[in-house]
Design a protein around this ligand. Structure first.
Ligand SMILES: [Fe+2]
Length: 490
């Protein structure tokens, strides 16, 4: 039976604080590959940046305004005929054409339907959130809660539903047949917290594990939904502050949170538009609680201050939890975001004692983001991961190609460089064979010299061979965040 969850109570905030907070809630907590590349890049950058214009409004970060559809698209190469379904990806696309930050745009979905080796259609659609329908920007929309969010970060397919998430606020249900917005999805009224952009599906039970965090109490709440998409468990977790939590991890036994020193603190924010700020001297902690457990069962261990948006995956080895993360040294501390240093690390969390133990090691000293794994192995020991690389460019994010890692050895199994003028996004893994890592990767790739985009399909086990197929799209697809695959068989 679900446990009762308190409705959030808003703290005493000034209007200015509230307005500032809305920016972060509207979408500012997404993946942050603004990371300075501290390793090699797949090729040198040819992307020019106008320093007089915000980088997120130019090149392929800028919005598109047409909602279009196109049928029977040109395919270069051969699409695997067993791929039958819709690839859909979310991203920030301000309908006003302007925004104070890359993350503060209305959610826009870009989808391609594949069937029997054909690319049947492409569509892009704004998500009809309350904010979008009112046509106002986030600074006029009140505190983000329930449907009042931009729903611009991710999409997840569970319980027969395609849901979009803006991280803070409720999910929106989407029709995968046409990318139309069906409306706010609050799990039949049982979800009265936010819906994270990074929920996890337990591959054994089919349960959806997720959380909501907020800048008011309760700061963090854990939820479980069954395979039918019904919430069967909710439990608040006590925190002394509102911590910016973009993702979390599960194993077959555990839920793992990271409470890092970026807190809701509008008065100390040094990042325009963000009410969250780096808190010098505040502890960084990892929390572990039983899968499906209660918030009062959580145990914490302190670690060195850092920031992590995305984990690769986690699993158990006996009493130890192994958690691989894209670790940044610090963010939102007044330094340019591209000054953050990043590498790929393995966190070892020992759970067998009366207190948790912790140690970490660098897996790969390279800035990579948008980690992806074979989601049939979520929470389980695995070998394969795919991440997006970035080129050195002081003026903008400059995404490059796809890197295939063996996380057990920290070695690169393959890398695809899309070419000097081309830029890939998150590579979403679609299973194609029985073994771990057997399947396909899908990502949108933009060519800035031509102003065009393509859907690219790679063999996940042969990334360095390059695409098996590219689908020519009728308009460019701006760089976005996270996607998913909706198979016909689901
Ligand atoms: Fe993310």
């Amino acid at each position: 039976m679900p446990l009762p969850v308190k409705k959030p109570t808003f703290p005493s905030l000034s209007r200015r604080e509230l307005l500032r907070s809305m920016g972060i809630m509207a979408g500012g907590l997404v993946a942050a590959p603004w990371l300075a590349s501290c390793g090699e890049s797949s090729s040198s950058s040819t992307l020019e940046v106008n320093p007089d214009q915000s980088w997120w409004l130019q090149n392929n970060f800028g919005p598109v305004f047409n909602e279009t559809e196109s049928f029977d698209l040109e395919v270069i190469g051969a699409l695997p005929p067993e791929l039958n379904g819709v690839y859909v990806r979310n991203g920030s696309n301000p309908q006003a054409g302007d925004s104070p930050h890359w993350f503060f745009g209305d959610g826009m979905l870009h989808g391609v339907r594949l069937e029997g080796g054909r690319a049947a259609w492409y569509r892009n659609r704004y998500i009809r959130t309350e904010m979008f329908e009112r046509g106002v920007d986030y600074t006029n929309s009140g505190p983000p809660f329930a449907g009042n969010n931009q729903s611009n970060v991710s999409v997840v397919h569970h319980g027969g539903r395609l849901l979009s998430s803006g991280e803070v606020g409720a999910a929106y249900a989407i029709d995968p047949d046409n990318l139309g917005t069906l409306g706010v999805h609050d799990f039949e009224g049982k979800l009265n917290t936010s819906f994270t952009a990074h929920p996890k599906i337990d591959p054994e039970t089919g349960n959806l594990h997720f959380f909501g965090y907020f800048f008011a109490n309760p700061f963090l709440t854990y939820h479980v939904a069954n395979p039918a998409g019904e919430i069967i468990h909710s439990s608040p977790i006590s925190l002394p502050h509102s911590s910016m939590m973009h993702s979390f991890a599960i194993t077959e036994q555990d839920v793992v949170f990271w409470d890092l020193p970026v807190h809701f603190a509008p008065s100390s924010s040094t990042t325009p538009g963000f009410p969250y700020a780096w808190q010098e001297g505040a502890p960084a902690r990892i929390g572990v609680m039983p899968l499906g457990g209660r918030g009062d069962e959580i145990r914490w261990v302190e670690i060195d201050p850092c920031y992590v948006f995305h984990e690769v995956n986690a699993h158990r080895v006996g009493s130890e939890i192994v958690l691989d993360v894209c670790r940044m040294d610090r963010v939102m501390d007044g330094q340019p975001l591209h000054a953050a240093r990043q590498d790929l690390r393995r966190w070892h969390i020992e759970t067998g004692g009366t207190t948790l133990g912790f140690r970490e090691e660098v897996i790969l000293p390279r800035a990579l983001e948008f980690p992806m794994h074979d989601k049939r192995f979520t929470g389980r020991s695995h070998r394969h991961a795919w991440l997006t690389g970035f080129r050195e460019n002081p003026g903008t994010l400059d995404p490059a190609g796809i890197v295939h890692l063996d996380v057990t050895r920290g070695s690169i199994l393959g890398e695809w460089d899309p070419g000097r003028n081309r830029h890939a996004g998150e590579a979403y893994f679609v299973p194609g064979g029985r073994g771990e890592g057997e399947g396909w990767l899908m990502t949108y790739v933009h060519d800035h010299s031509r102003g065009t985009s393509r859907l690219v399909v790679l063999d996940a086990s042969k990334v360095s061979r390059g695409p098996v197929a590219e689908v020519a799209l009728p308009q460019r697809v701006p760089h976005g965040f996270h996607g998913t695959w909706v198979p016909d068989s689901a």
